[in-house]
Design a protein around this ligand. Sequence first.
Ligand code: ADP
Length: 427
Amino acid sequence: SGKWLYLGMDFGTSGARYAVIDKEGNINAEGKREYPLFMSDESVDWLSSWRSTLFSLLEDVPVGLRSRIASISIDGTSATTMIINSKTGKPLSKAFLYNESCGDALPMVKSIAPENHTVCSGSSTLCKLVYWWNSSDANKESAVLMHQADWLLWLLHGKLGVSDYNNALKVGYDPEIDSYPAWLTVQPYYFALPSIQAPGTPIEFMKEEIRKNFGFPDNCVICTGTTDSIAAFLAARATQPGKAVTSLGSTLAIKLLSTKRIEDSRFGVYSHRLDDKWLVGGASNTGGAVLKQIFTDEQLEKLSERINPMEPSPLDYYPLQSVGERFPMADPNMEPRLHPRPENDVEYLHGILESIARIEAKGYQLLKDLGSTPVEEVFTAGGGSKNPNWIKIRERVLGLPVHKALQTEAAYGAALLALKGSAASSS
Ligand code: ADP
């Protein structure tokens, strides 16, 4: 007995995690698994690896909590795609990974999609589908396209052909009109596209066999998921327009909740739908990777403590690991700028941290210039969020409150989607 709980699972690039939360958002259990390596014909059999990881995670959920899990949701890497036989549930293709390019299909995709559409990239889900359609001699009549999260959820509920509008963006789904666009519906493979729901929508009860085996309750409901980076945004609970999350890991990525949708392919800016709002974002090539080339994590900590964050640094850098920047300035030839280097490393680091903060500020300014809701408050995640003096520098440069996000794990965001779905299914 006890309160109802909600299970989220994150299938990221390097491994999978789970989080069990209660209605208040408290974590009751969490854990992680690496992907086991299954080989078939000298290539990695990802489907077997993910399936095995899914059931390992279900086993990792403490037995005493399982009977209280009201709902489950899963996020996966964006544009990780496979084609399944809708009659047998067997794969008709291998798993195409998020970063895999099917460039052969690009000219055909470009010929049907509007200019600069998100699908016009070799690694888009649509390029993967078109590539498979044109090269496979499998029986295509019963084909159904699934994203990684859809497929994992399907293993739990058994109803084929359901996805969410976050995962489906890169296959061409239009979240604004909430349907597939006309240029897609006339294609011969249109029938293979999944039907689309909002993330965190109840799909079906968990399969009886799995419920019984693992001890989940009869009314445990499986809900649509999202992509891993959106789940990580949801974890920070920035739920009002104007709230944003900056991840400062190896690179700098900003995501802002907006009432208006904005798109600009020059800067790689696009919007994901989140219910009645838009999640707008951009990613710069600056970030912690440059710091890592110059300083160890320990040096970073020691030197940062000696910076006076209230004092502006006169040094103006553009820290990049290699040539080229996309956002907030689109310039493939931009050179890294890290000179002059002062003798004092505290001053040097101060200059770099402040320069990265200026790029962050410029990023939010660009989103505003493109028409988004202006940023009011920033939550921050990633390795750089551990640095309190950098947070103070950023508050001064952005002119906004900046807080370390309390939760940053995508699995936590997926658990919030399960909570949302459970509320929807019981109302
Ligand atoms: P990834 O994007 O690779 O997952 P992380 O979120 O783990 O990255 O962050 C790693 C980055 O954080 C490294 O590039 C490192 O330079 C940076 N970092 C680590 N400690 C600090 C610190 N105290 N201050 C600023 N940056 C830091």
